[in-house]
Design a protein around this ligand. Structure first.
Ligand SMILES: O=C(O)CCC(=O)C(=O)O
Ligand SMILES: [Fe+2]
Length: 318
């Protein structure tokens, strides 16, 4: 079995949440609040999504956005020079105008509203079967969905679903990534976008993006800065079939700045490494537990704030 991929990540995060609630004493209500009840001021201050199921605004031309890369090209200069050679970082990939357009659009994404069938305490999770999973994806597609097990909110846009093309702004961003060389041959233009919304102390546990996608991921970051950690996967010596586990000893760190930055990881970094963003952290320092690839001074404090990331991938067609 491979190191956890996205589906397994959901399972792991659920377990971690159960562990937290059963082992940790909490004094504050915020941390005890069920994710579906989380409706705090921070959330309102940030993306106060419209609870409508309105259509996405139509755009006429689908041209790439201008990028701030010289000649609109990702080059060797953007490679994070460390032990890994398949990670690229651009601190300001999109201009302020494009970032503002994305923020506006994010506010227009409707919330997923539970239907009768998923108000049974299962968190909207359909019981079993491939068909049910597909139905569930369709229901959630293009809607903010609160993850019960991991607290953060996500909106998935799967352009491979029949009759669910990517909204124009995501198509433009996909084309921008391809035009700038983030997705080069043999990878095609991304057809799948996962938007993650993080409150300041939220993160994502170590995972790989899995074999359902071509081995290239590109993430645009908006809002607060975070430290993204990339650690090699390693075979464990266990004989019980759980053949892989993460090696977290010396992760490679990349500061993802929230000013429209771009991180791209491919090939070895995608296939043989896990990535994560720490949870329950308000301020972290680069270079203390690992090697920071884009902060040569090291030891820089990164304060956490509200953040939204847009992760683009090419889903393999079934
Ligand atoms: O928010 C991020 O930068 C990472 C998101 C991620 O790893 C994912 O969606 O698979
Ligand atoms: Fe990921």
């Amino acid at each position: 079995m491979n190191a956890i991929d996205f589906k397994q990540l959901r399972r792991q995060e659920r377990k971690q949440a159960q562990y937290r609630s059963s082992h940790l004493h909490r004094d504050d209500n915020t941390n005890n609040t069920s994710v579906d009840d989380t409706n705090n001021a921070e959330t309102h201050r940030n993306l106060d999504s419209k609870k409508t199921s309105g259509e996405f605004p139509a755009m006429t031309a689908i041209d790439p956005f201008p990028s701030l890369l010289p000649q609109n090209t990702l080059t060797e200069e953007h490679r994070i020079h460390a032990s890994l050679d398949s990670i690229y970082y651009v601190r300001q990939f999109l201009n302020d105008e494009t970032c503002a357009e994305i923020w506006n659009w994010l506010r227009s994404i409707p919330e997923y509203e539970c239907t009768g069938s998923d108000k049974n305490g299962s968190g909207g999770k359909v019981s079993s079967g491939k068909e049910s999973e597909r139905d569930e994806s369709r229901r959630h597609n293009g809607r903010w969905t609160r993850l019960r097990h991991a607290r953060r909110k996500v909106a998935l846009f799967d352009g491979t679903l029949p009759n669910h093309p990517l909204p124009p702004i995501l198509l433009r961003l996909s084309q921008t990534l391809t035009a700038n060389g983030a997705f080069s041959s043999p990878h095609s233009t991304p057809n799948h976008v996962l938007i993650n919304e993080y409150q300041p102390e939220e993160g994502i546990m170590a995972h790989t993006d899995g074999p359902a996608y071509e081995s290239c991921t590109a993430t645009i970051s908006l809002g607060g800065d975070v430290i993204f950690k990339i650690s090699p996967r390693r075979r464990s010596s266990s004989s019980n079939g759980d053949s892989e586990k993460m090696q977290c000893a010396r992760p490679l760190e990349v500061v993802l700045h929230g000013s429209g930055s771009l991180v791209v990881f491919r090939n070895e970094a995608y296939l043989d490494h896990c990535h994560e963003i720490a949870e329950n952290v308000l301020e972290e320092t680069t270079g203390l537990n690992g090697v920071c690839g884009n902060d040569p001074s090291g030891g820089t404090a990164v304060k956490r704030g509200y953040r939204v990331s847009l992760t683009f991938r090419c889903k393999k067609h079934a």
